[in-house]
Design a protein around this ligand. Structure first.
Ligand code: UD1
Ligand code: MG
Length: 479
């Protein structure tokens, strides 16, 4: 078993992350389907384990900007994205890194943004820092200086308008940071259209020399294809030393945090680019066009996870499902259907086509909501059905209830919303209007076009008809 081409003999191959302790130890030639005599070439590619995934001490998220290019008047990070504001997606990314704390820089419509942050981290690591005047990304990070202190450890910086990044890419960024020796890492990409992104100027040894913003770039620099995604992992001590040195002598008269990159490089500290290849991660939301792209990309991920979990989404292109919705396996979602936030859908249900499952709807197993039916804050028990043209709001509906075409739960009196309770096996005839609050007992029936008025109770097994609806008979007798 000699060197250079012989059998490798006992080797230690670390395949896991960390310092090798999670790696696999082969105490002899590995056994494979070809037998035990396998030649492991030297040098082994993975002889050294990758450096440990190091958690950042602090993640800073910039969320103070108005987003003037959106032209909506919203705080940009509050833009809706599949059932939650954009900032919530970015906070999720930050928390995936398990930092000690997350500092969110807020400014424009700060109270709205603060409210959106409530409850996102049960461990309470999120704090806000106010940037009263928006003077650029560098100024926003400068506002964190009192919180950071002289040696904040490892600091990750994210922008609140990059919601498509994957946690895996950020983990890689942090892992690679260990190789920079008190330098920094940053995510880059080469999208087909660099639209407004800062360009990466590479220096000797292929590390990054500086970033030039598009508005400040020369014609030559604009042809650079590699762009800055605004995601950085810094040696925090050098970051806090550099921040006060930023200047606003540039096209936008702003303090750019991107200039810190040049400072690391000029000081001889390594600036390591980590390139991502999935262009969809690189969607930065600066206009409503970008928001539409981001929504489609987030939606694609959500739908993919439902499909892989056994939800039959017939036409993903026309199906909208919000973040946090749960759906049981074997449920069929037919085309052109919308399922909003807070919904819980059981297994074996049927939804659509053209169904609108509004906020906080619960469908138990086997329930069906069909064509042009809208639900809101309602619960349908097992195997209950509303297959055509109904509105179901603020309703508690039992099992095996049939809701005829055109039935309306009139839940709003102009001031308050009221509840309707429909017991198991009730049968609501076509065009029934239920003026809430009202209720039915088990096995109750209403005739076509009946109006069950405010405060009424259709007794168990009774048939009610007319306007206003009155008891006519026991079900099945004389109707
Ligand atoms: C920034 C980068 C650019 C990068 C791009 C990636 C700078 C100078 N430029 O440009 O290199 O390619 O992101 O998406 O950093 N913000 C504040 N306070 C401010 C200004 C901005 O909190 O004073 C926040 C915004 O709310 C936003 C983020 O910082 O969430 C980025 O600001 P934005 O104006 O969108 O920067 P870009 O022009 O996209
Ligand atoms: Mg931006």
């Amino acid at each position: 078993m000699g060197e250079g081409g012989g059998l490798a003999g006992p080797e230690r191959i670390a395949t896991g992350g960390g310092d090798g302790s999670t790696g696999v130890d082969f105490q002899g030639p590995p056994r494979t389907m070809f037998g035990p005599f396998v030649v492991l070439p030297r040098p082994l590619r993975f002889q050294r384990a990758p450096p440990p995934m190091s958690r950042p001490d602090t993640v800073i998220i910039l969320a103070a900007g108005q987003g003037t290019r959106m032209k909506t008047g919203w705080a940009k990070v509050m833009a809706p994205l599949c059932g939650r504001p954009m900032i919530a997606w970015v906070v999720d990314l930050a928390l995936a890194l398990e930092p000690k704390r997350v500092l969110v820089v807020v400014g424009y419509k700060a109270d709205e943004v603060r409210k959106a942050l409530e409850g996102l981290d049960p461990k309470g690591r999120i704090r806000t820092v106010e940037q009263t005047e928006q003077k650029g990304t560098g100024h926003a990070v400068q506002c964190c200086l009192p919180e950071l202190g002289a040696d904040p450890g490892r600091v990750v910086l994210l922008y609140g308008d990059m919601p498509l990044l994957r946690a895996e890419s950020l983990e890689l960024l942090c892992t690679e940071q260990a190789a920079t020796e008190r330098g920094m890492t940053l995510l880059t990409a080469q999208p087909a259209n660099p639209r407004g992104f800062g360009r990466i100027v590479r220096g000797a040894d292929d590390s990054v020399a500086r970033i030039v913003e598009e508005k400040d770039a020369t014609a030559g620099e604009r042809t650079l294809r590699e762009v800055n995604l605004g995601v950085y992992c810094f040696d925090g001590r050098f970051l806090v030393e550099s921040l006060p040195k930023l200047s606003n002598q540039n096209a936008q008269r702003e303090y750019y945090v991107t200039d810190v990159v040049g400072m690391f490089s000029a000081a001889g500290r390594r600036v390591l680019p980590v390139e991502i290849t999935d262009e969809r991660e690189a969607i930065g939301v600066n206009t409503l066009v970008h928001l539409a792209e981001a929504r489609a990309a987030v939606q694609e991920r959500l739908l993919e996870s439902h499909l892989l979990a056994g939800v039959y989404i017939e036409d993903p292109r026309t199906t909208f499902i919000a973040h946090g919705v749960t759906i049981g396996a074997g449920t069929h979602v037919a085309p052109c259907s919308v399922i909003e936030k807070g919904c819980k859908i059981g297994a074996g249900c049927h939804i659509g086509p053209f169904a609108h499952i509004g906020e906080n709807t619960t469908l138990d197993d086997g329930a069906e909501i069909g064509n042009f039916t809208e639900t809101k804050r309602s619960h349908l028990g097992k195997k209950s059905k509303a297959k055509h043209l109904a509105y179901i709001g603020d309703a508690e509906i039992g099992e095996r209830v049939n809701i005829g075409a055109g039935t309306v739960f009139a839940n709003y009196d102009g001031t308050h919303k009221h509840k309707t309770k429909i017991a198991d096996r009730s049968f609501l005839g076509c065009g029934t209007v239920l003026v809430a609050p009202c209720s039915t007992g088990e096995g109750a029936t209403t005739g076509a076009n009946s109006v069950v008025t405010h405060g009424s109770h259709v007794g168990a097994g009774e048939l009610w008809v007319g306007v206003p609806a009155k008891a006519k008979a026991r079900r099945g007798k004389g109707a």
